[in-house]
Design a protein around this ligand. Structure first.
Ligand SMILES: *[C@@H]1O[C@H](CO)[C@@H](O)[C@H](O)[C@H]1NC(C)=O
Ligand SMILES: *[C@@H]1O[C@H](CO)[C@@H](O)[C@H](O)[C@H]1NC(C)=O
Ligand SMILES: *[C@@H]1O[C@H](CO)[C@@H](O)[C@H](O)[C@H]1NC(C)=O
Ligand SMILES: *[C@@H]1O[C@H](CO)[C@@H](O)[C@H](O)[C@H]1NC(C)=O
Ligand SMILES: *[C@@H]1O[C@H](CO)[C@@H](O)[C@H](O)[C@H]1NC(C)=O
Ligand SMILES: *[C@@H]1O[C@H](CO)[C@@H](O)[C@H](O)[C@H]1NC(C)=O
Ligand SMILES: *[C@@H]1O[C@H](CO)[C@@H](O)[C@H](O)[C@H]1NC(C)=O
Length: 842
């Protein structure tokens, strides 16, 4: 948690544990108890790797004696497991021993052979031995078959060690739950129990005397949605993952993927579930993450339909459309009775047969960034629209949420235990009577903010224009020599001239092997450029799918007419471009130049462009991490080829997800490369008047000053990488109300050490932590404001393929596209990709 509160209790416990009397005068160099080898007071077992130790101990200044396990090497003893927590031994008596009993079980006996504690399982009598393993698991096993008969890991106390499972089997009723100590020096089971609830999706919980005390919110495949802060924990080297088993089993295993850490989960005597680590520098156990830090974390703090926000005063308020049940109680900050609905739902009126049973249909109000209420009901539906419809059509449905990694979740009971987060959390759609939806308040604010945003956007556009104008003037002043005049670019060769060239027969004397297609053939292949065959609209014109007479499928790009060149130049350029061949570039099959029509024929990519998969919630699951990483690496290689290895040294200038096509094996192929060249003339110029590119992908120096270089492609590549990792569009990105771009958001998470939060939750089951982090790192380095700070494509290819330390990325502050994005999303929300070919000076 941001606030690393070490509560007084935990501190006290650490201090007390310093005084735990460990009676180990001499060390028994063994990890095993057998029929011939018992363990008496003063002796200990040590695991083979010298990691854990088991023996008799006295907690604090207690006069009781217990058998326990602790880390052997760590000076501040933390007992992680206790055998006889309910049957303490008297400290003054030293005749006790842990031994293998007559029935083959482990027995804890006194001098008179009275059994105090036993593992009490059925055993093959006299073959069993008990071994302390390096994981901290104490195992009773059959020494002949090696079968495990009993394990301390199956009897959790207040601590979960790495490799240990907690959860339950709802069919057999078997539970592996944690239970707190009664006090810091009394291991007797206290009033708190922590475990995993058997729901779909499961959530972690703490109960106080069998009453809910805290819950984590449902597991979305990557984290518990009610613990937005816990996520950083992954980066700190531990993970908490579900054991995929049968339907009725709800187990999580706690793993450490960096074994140089000592990290455990404990349930404190006051009910706080804590992730604790041994800090070698401070020689102390420190909480890494607390589950329970504020009053809002206590289950149902604000009663039914109440919302808790720890940063507000008072912390409780009612959901929109609700009011306190008792103003008197709320006045004295007794929130228990919660809130009630202000306006009856149409549904309820109909059920009650009220005369006003007609009227406007109920609607939903979106409540952002919260810990979703308890008692959710999972409905197996595939998208949020269906989920909404389902909820609308079922009068018992009070709210729904469509959660990445879970799906459609609905609520039919009182909404309980809602917490509002400043960051993270999920969105809830609350059913309200139609009249409530239109009420003053948020609505007015929204309209006001829309107009403010539009205003800002307009201002942005003005500033943009001004900048472009200035840049142009600057360009004129300083770049006189390299300067291509406007008229050069836009003096289209006359139609007549083009016609002539065509007539004089490019076809006959075509020196290249690049076929020239007859317009007629392409017209019939694409069924007269039928809109049904349209694959998309690129920066340079629409693309159509076509089928040649021999059955070969092709993609035909119709270039927009205002090309700056004549047919001959066009043809030369195309032939040059066709020489660029790389497995990550789309293959050019030919072209067509007839009359005013200029077209390029490409190989057809069955999986279309990356954006059609990546940003489609129903299809993005097809892109697991391995595929996405392959796409990132392939694109990087393709781009490196364009920048360095090809004969032309092409700067793409319009790299974006919709220009990444996928072949049948999901290999990426860059398309539209070299087209900027056709539209611009040779690329040696460092400054251009015609910005070809897509907002959201354009480097600041290019968007504002028209200056392009390899580094502007690197910027676009960085945006692309962050989009692929997050599954979110840079141009359509919103995190809560904040106007933070994807880049800003990514940087913020990275800076807070929560980089993994950026990852698309679809990847929860397939990702490789180091690769994801590497990609985010590379992405952030690429989108730095100063082009000099950005790596080159060859650096990037290297960084992606191996574990190398790059510099820390600087914060990207360029937010120009944000202004535009606002104006777009508010005005033309149906346009999802806006490619601009902005022309300045007109
Ligand atoms: C063991 O038995 C003897 C005699 O029955 C009794 O005096 C003694 O208190 C017992 N010891 C323990 C530890 O119970
Ligand atoms: C062993 O288990 C049985 C049945 O589960 C129980 O009745 C008995 O009391 C247990 N014995 C000990 C020593 O815990
Ligand atoms: C093991 O138990 C069996 C039967 O319970 C007995 O016959 C045998 O002698 C025992 N072996 C040892 C080594 O104690
Ligand atoms: C594990 O953590 C240690 C200490 O922070 C660090 O030096 C080491 O690089 C980490 N190992 C891995 C594989 O992340
Ligand atoms: C709060 O109100 C409830 C009734 O809604 C009552 O039972 C409870 O005792 C009150 N708590 C306090 C601390 O006053
Ligand atoms: C509700 O009204 C309809 C028609 O007015 C009537 O047929 C139906 O019996 C009523 N139901 C109840 C529960 O009163
Ligand atoms: C409506 O929702 C409730 C609660 O989730 C559920 O029990 C019931 O089956 C649903 N009704 C229909 C028709 O789906």
């Amino acid at each position: 948690m941001g606030t690393r509160k070490i509560d007084a209790y935990a501190l006290l416990s650490l201090v007390l544990q310093l005084y735990i009397v460990i009676e180990s005068q001499f060390c028994v160099a063994t990890d095993t108890i057998s029929q011939s080898k018992e363990l008496s007071v003063g002796e200990t077992l040590t695991s083979a790797g010298q990691i854990f130790e088991l023996g008799f101990f006295r907690p604090g200044n207690s006069d009781k004696r217990y058998i326990g396990i602790w880390y052997k090497q760590i000076p501040v003893r933390k007992v992680v497991w206790v055998a006889n927590r309910e049957k303490p031994l008297t400290a003054s008596d030293t005749t006790y021993a842990l031994t293998i009993g007559m029935d083959g079980n482990l027995w804890l006996v006194d001098g008179n052979k009275t059994i105090f504690w036993s593992t009490n399982v059925s055993t093959p009598l006299n073959n069993s031995v008990a071994v302390l393993l390096d994981k901290g698991n104490f195992v009773l096993r059959d020494s002949v078959s090696g079968d495990s008969l009993w394990e301390s890991f199956n009897q959790p106390c207040n601590t979960v060690l790495p490799g240990m499972m907690i959860g339950m089997d709802s069919r057999t009723g078997e539970k592996l739950f944690m239970s707190s100590w009664k006090t810091e020096d009394d291991p007797f089971p206290g009033i708190f129990v922590a475990g995993i609830s058997p729901e779909k999706p499961p959530q972690a919980f703490v109960q106080k005397s069998s009453i809910p005390y805290w819950r984590s919110g449902p597991w979305n495949g990557l984290k518990f949605v009610g613990m937005p802060d816990l996520h950083g924990a992954y980066l700190n080297g531990f993970n908490f993952v579900p054991q995929v088993q049968q339907d009725n089993q709800y187990y999580f295993i706690f793993t450490l993927f960096n074994t140089s850490y000592v990290r455990i989960i404990t349930l404190t005597p006051n009910g706080a579930l804590q992730f604790v680590e041994w800090n070698e520098g401070m020689k102390d156990w420190n909480p890494v993450n607390d589950a329970l830090v504020s009053a809002c974390d206590v289950y149902g703090a604000c009663g039914p339909f109440g919302v808790c926000n720890k940063n507000e005063s008072p912390i409780c308020r009612c959901l929109k459309g609700f009011e306190p049940k008792s103003n008197k109680e709320w006045g004295i900050r007794n929130w228990t009775s919660g809130c009630m609905r202000q306006t009856k739902l149409l549904c309820d009126k109909r059920i009650a047969n009220l005369s006003s049973g007609s009227g406007k249909i109920d609607g939903f109000w979106k409540f952002r960034g919260i810990k979703l209420p308890d008692h959710s009901i999972y409905v197996p539906l595939d998208d949020s629209a269906q989920c909404k419809l389902w909820c609308l059509n079922n009068c018992s449905c009070l709210a729904y949420a469509y959660i990445n990694g879970i799906g459609c979740t609905t609520w039919a009971a009182d909404l309980f235990d809602i917490q509002e987060f400043a960051f993270g959390g999920e969105d809830l759609f609350l059913r309200l009577a139609n009249s409530e939806l239109g009420k003053v308040g948020k609505r007015v604010k929204l309209i006001a903010s829309i107009s403010v945003i539009s205003g800002i956007a307009f201002l942005g556009a003005m500033i943009y224009g001004l900048c472009r104008w200035k840049a142009n003037r600057r360009g004129k002043r300083y770049n006189r020599n390299h300067h291509i005049r406007f008229s050069d670019i836009f003096s289209p060769t006359s139609v007549a001239e083009r016609g002539n060239l065509t007539r004089t027969g490019i076809k006959q004397q075509d020196p290249s092997e690049l076929p020239m297609f007859d317009l007629q053939i392409l017209v019939s292949a694409t069924n007269k450029f039928n809109t049904n065959n349209k694959l998309g609209e690129g920066g340079f014109g629409p693309v159509f799918k076509g089928e040649l007479e021999d059955g070969q499928v092709i993609a035909v790009k119709k270039l927009s007419r205002c090309s700056g060149q004549g047919v001959a130049e066009f043809k030369n350029e195309i032939i040059l471009i066709s020489k660029l061949q790389h497995k990550n570039l789309v293959r050019l099959m030919g072209f067509c130049a007839e009359g005013e029509e200029l077209m390029i024929v490409y190989e057809y990519m069955p999986n279309r462009s990356l954006d059609t998969l990546l940003f489609d919630s129903t299809r993005s699951a097809r892109l697991n991490w391995a595929k996405r990483f392959n796409i990132i690496q392939g694109t990087a290689r393709g781009l490196l080829y364009l920048h360095r290895d090809s004969c032309l040294k092409i700067i793409h200038r319009d790299l974006k997800v919709s220009n990444i096509l996928l072949d049948k094996d999901m290999n990426p192929k860059i398309s539209d490369f070299g087209l900027a060249r056709i539209f611009q003339g040779p690329q040696e110029q460092a400054n251009t008047h015609r910005v070809v590119g897509t907002f959201g992908y354009m480097a600041p120096e290019y968007a504002i000053g028209g200056i392009f270089s390899e580094k502007s492609d690197v910027f676009s590549f960085g945006v692309l990488v962050l989009e692929i990792v997050s599954g979110k569009k840079n141009t359509n990105f919103q995190i809560h109300e904040e106007q933070l771009s994807l880049l800003g958001y990514a940087w913020q998470l990275w800076n807070e050490g929560r980089g993994l939060d950026l990852m698309d939750q679809e990847l929860a089951n397939s990702f490789s932590l180091s690769e994801v982090m590497r990609c985010i790192h590379v992405g952030l380095l690429c989108v730095q404001d100063r082009s000099a700070d950005r790596p080159t494509m060859s650096d990037i290819v290297l960084m992606l393929s191996s574990e190398t330390d790059g510099p820390q990325p600087k914060q990207p502050t360029f937010t120009f596209h944000n202004l535009l994005h606002n104006s777009q999303s508010n005005k033309t929300s149906s346009v999802n990709v806006v490619t601009v070919s902005a022309i300045n000076g007109r």
